[in-house]
Design a protein around this ligand. Structure first.
Ligand SMILES: NC(=O)c1ccc[n+]([C@@H]2O[C@H](COP(=O)([O-])OP(=O)(O)OC[C@H]3O[C@@H](n4cnc5c(N)ncnc54)[C@H](O)[C@@H]3O)[C@@H](O)[C@H]2O)c1
Length: 463
């Protein structure tokens, strides 16, 4: 069996990386082996090697500068990319050029130029580029896809989608590298890539044009002043206000955060606990926050549907509500989730049954609520199912076609990239003005406009 094992290497060894590493050397070890790990931060390379050793596996460590040497020496079948977003494209392309397949975390990349590079390099090399859209695999989201495919509300004509990040999980984006567009593309790319991918996949369609408006209204020095947090430091660990600030992150008190970030600061000077209220510019705050916390988009789909989407990063609860309006009725899907801080060792985003539901309103008949399907594990039970489909060769065909490649990766980020451009210019931005030659992603078939619709039953004739 070992002769048929796939060899992996991994670049990017932060909070998200362990899920993939543990999968390759653990549950799927029968089919896969991990040859090496790589990161710009020497401390996190050592931590990853140690974690593998504890599971009985020795892996070699490489610095980011030696990425190409790692590929030459280890000759992996596949490179797992879990670095910060702005570096994905470079590793994806270098890996494909070296003859490797790629598994990359979302967002596939964070701007149009890098996206074009990936699309062109994938075509030239013919390698596989898998984008791990774990959100597709959560049981209730899969259930919604099945309901829409069954034609229960006919053809979807419009969608209202509101995503809420709370003051714990949402705030966390304003203290890490994510708070700068040059790293993450802002939340419209970094976070909303999941949400746009879900809509694209739910509708089996691709976006055509985007209009957006956004601002940063909450994570500002003015909000801090209204809380009376006037004597703030640049980061939580040394902030004079930390004992009374509800937004303080204690990276020394949490073992995982301490090991992964606080004790690795010495290697690269990266602080994971910067003040969420930092201004954009100013003494001691460079680089400050330059992403939005309040965003609204209108997206026109190629098939004619319209999407209204909002993203709020300072909600009192975590979750989302999406309403699909179709030719035969309406589907309402609301989810409340547990909140978390990335990399703190807790299971991220578990579904809370209370406050979560699917409700269907057919035209001309009574509304009903199907029993909500749930599953256990990270991101609403999505992560374990995603890993099965990625690493287990016996997982078989997926009728819902949830495994995504660079085409779905591109269309999901381009909604956000177009949104950023629209916010900058005030104009509608066409997706095909940003990146060319993407190709249509593989999606399952949906009800067609030729399918018959049902009229309201005739009233009995009055006597
Ligand atoms: N699908 C999901 O639900 C999900 C959840 C969390 C994170 N993610 C994604 O996973 C990726 C990693 O996120 P994270 O939370 O682990 O972040 P993190 O900050 O904990 O880790 C990022 C790692 O990348 C390394 N890095 C930065 N620049 C590098 C470079 N040039 N070369 C090599 N390594 C470099 C850092 O040193 C760090 O170890 C991101 O793309 C993020 O969007 C996805």
């Amino acid at each position: 069996m070992s002769g048929q094992k796939k060899t992996y290497v991994q670049v990017g060894l932060g909070g998200r990386s362990s899920m993939f590493r543990d999968a390759v050397i653990g549950k799927y070890g029968e089919y896969s082996s991990l040859a090496a790990v790589c990161d710009i931060n020497e401390g996190r390379v050592k931590l990853a090697q140690m974690a593998a050793r504890e599971k009985g596996v020795e892996v070699d460590g490489y610095s980011a500068a030696d990425f190409d040497r790692m590929l030459a020496e280890k000759k992996p079948d596949c490179v797992i990319v879990t670095t910060k977003d702005s570096t994905h494209a470079e590793y994806i392309c270098r890996a494909m050029i070296a003859g490797c397949d790629v598994i990359t975390e979302k967002p596939m990349t964070m701007d149009a130029e890098k996206c074009q590079q990936i699309i062109d390099t994938q075509k030239r090399t013919g390698r596989n580029c898998t984008v791990t859209f774990n959100y597709r695999y959560a049981a209730p989201r899969t259930q919604v896809k099945e309901l829409l495919m069954s034609g229960v509300i006919g053809n979807v004509l419009s969608v209202d989608f509101e995503w809420l990040l709370d003051t714990k999980h949402g705030a966390d984006y304003f203290r890490r590298w994510h708070r700068n567009k040059s790293n993450s593309g802002g939340l419209l790319v970094h976070k909303a890539t999941h949400h746009f991918d879900l809509v694209n996949w739910w509708l089996s369609d691709v976006p055509e044009s985007v209009y957006a408006s956004g601002t940063r209204s909450f994570y500002t020095p003015e909000t801090a002043a209204r809380y009376g947090l006037t004597n703030r430091g640049t980061r939580c660990v040394e902030c004079p206000e930390k004992s009374r600030c509800s937004f303080c992150l204690d990276i020394e008190g949490n073992e995982k955060l301490r090991q992964l970030y606080r004790e690795c600061e010495q290697y690269d000077g990266y602080f994971r606990d910067k003040c969420v209220f930092n201004p954009e510019n100013g003494k001691n705050f460079e680089p400050g926050v330059d992403i939005e916390d309040t965003m609204a988009l209108v997206v026109n789909y190629a098939g004619g549907a319209r999407l209204n989407y909002t993203l709020t990063a300072y909600s009192p609860w975590e979750g989302y509500a999406i309403n699909f309006n179709g030719t035969a009725g309406r589907l309402q899907f609301t989810t409340c989730e547990t909140t978390y801080v990335n990399g703190d060792g807790t299971t991220p985003g578990e579904l809370l049954r209370e406050g979560s539901s699917i409700k269907i309103f057919p035209h001309w008949s009574n509304a009903y609520s199907p029993e909500l399907k749930t599953s256990k594990g990270g991101h609403g039970g999505a992560d374990p199912v995603l890993l099965d489909y990625i690493f287990d060769p016996s997982a078989g065909e997926d009728p819902l076609m949830r495994k995504a490649d660079q085409r779905a990766g591109a269309y999901s980020i381009l909604c956000g990239v177009a949104g950023n451009e629209s916010m900058r210019t005030g104009s509608v931005v066409r997706i095909d003005s940003l990146v060319q030659g993407i190709g249509r992603p593989d999606y399952p078939p949906m009800p067609t406009v030729a399918d018959p619709l049902t009229l309201k039953p005739a009233e009995p004739a009055s006597p």
